[in-house]
Design a protein around this ligand. Sequence first.
Ligand SMILES: *Cc1c(COP(=O)(O)O)cnc(C)c1O
Length: 428
Amino acid sequence: MSELGIGTKCVQAGYTPENGGPRQIPIIQSTTFKYDTSEDMGKLFDLEASGYFYSRLQNPTCDHVAAKIAEMEGGTAGMLTSSGQAANLFAIFNICEAGDHIVASSSIYGGTYNLIKVTLAKMGIQSTFVSPDATEEELSAAFQENTKAMFGESIANPALTVLDIEKFARVAHAHGVPLIVDNTFPTPVNLRPIEWGADIVTHSTTKYMDGHGSAIGGAIIDSGRFDWMAHKEKFPGLTTPDESYHGIVYAEKFGKEGAFITKATSQLMRDLGCVQSPQSAFYLNLGLESLHVRMPRHVENGQAVAEFLESQELVTGVNYPGLKSSPYYEIAKKYMPNGGCGVVSFELAGGRATAEKFMKHLKIAAIETHVADARTCCLNPATSTHRQMNDEELIAAGVPAGLIRISCGLEDKEDLIADLKQALEACR
Ligand SMILES: *Cc1c(COP(=O)(O)O)cnc(C)c1O
């Protein structure tokens, strides 16, 4: 359905009912699948035929939803994972092994930073972090002989920096490695990284895609464009026989379009098991059906709140790529002409004491460790996620004590602004 618009794909892609079949994607809440002969089942195990045998590997509900997201992103194949964390782990670990190295943007989600910096290092995969604003020469200088992938976030959580995807893709491809882009914040409704050169796209579907705060989940989409065989010696996991699968060479048997997701499913999911439940996939699909209607409202509310905050005396700074004052305004306009997302961060004069007082007075915006669902919520990192740090450490980490992240939901913007206004007045 690639000729269709993004809205039609949100509603219809990934599932076509049979004559008389259920209109909605059925929840196949079954761990296992029945066959008449062991020969039938053997073909599935040998990857000679496609079909289902055990829901840790594949489940029809999850596959329909993954296929929808793949169409939305313009990729050739996709898979769901148990969380966004699992999606990024699988995307990197499907390419890299002990002894390898990756180059990653330093402006990324804290959980992903820890995954790359600490946990992947324990697994023998080293990393170098680069500024997303670095020049191509500076980015190139971070590459080593054993570098196997480059990683960044299209709009970073929570810093709200915007990735120059074309620049990162050029540098990655000049070094013969794929670019992985976490596209959680803009979603494919506002930005499709594959159109700008990204090779693999990941998601925390927990955020806007689900959009109702109902189910944790993740997704990985392959563009089908990276030529693993052209860099055969770099990617032995994809280009040499897999002993655990009767010597299958994924890049030969499944080609550029299918190798990456087939390996991630039949090898990583088989062995690590970070699977999404069919029930969660069903909730995710309900969210996807209205994603193209919800994203413009999140953007409208984010823009209105950012502009309001910028006009307030007590607010010393606002980060939102849709503001003309943002250093990312031009680049955001290029990649996201319809806007990015509804998350805004801003700093209050008076540090954590004012931030705490301000948040106590909010009536609509709730204090939560979450972003990107229908209800507006906010967080002061200094008194929550980063509370072990002192003021100097907070500044070094880019989250000054008075910084508040607000995720604008789907309420009326006039009400959100009135709520912020009365809380600011209470802090005078
Ligand atoms: C939340 C988030 C993740 C992690 O996703 P979970 O579903 O919470 O595991 C990864 N990347 C980004 C950009 C996120 O916002």
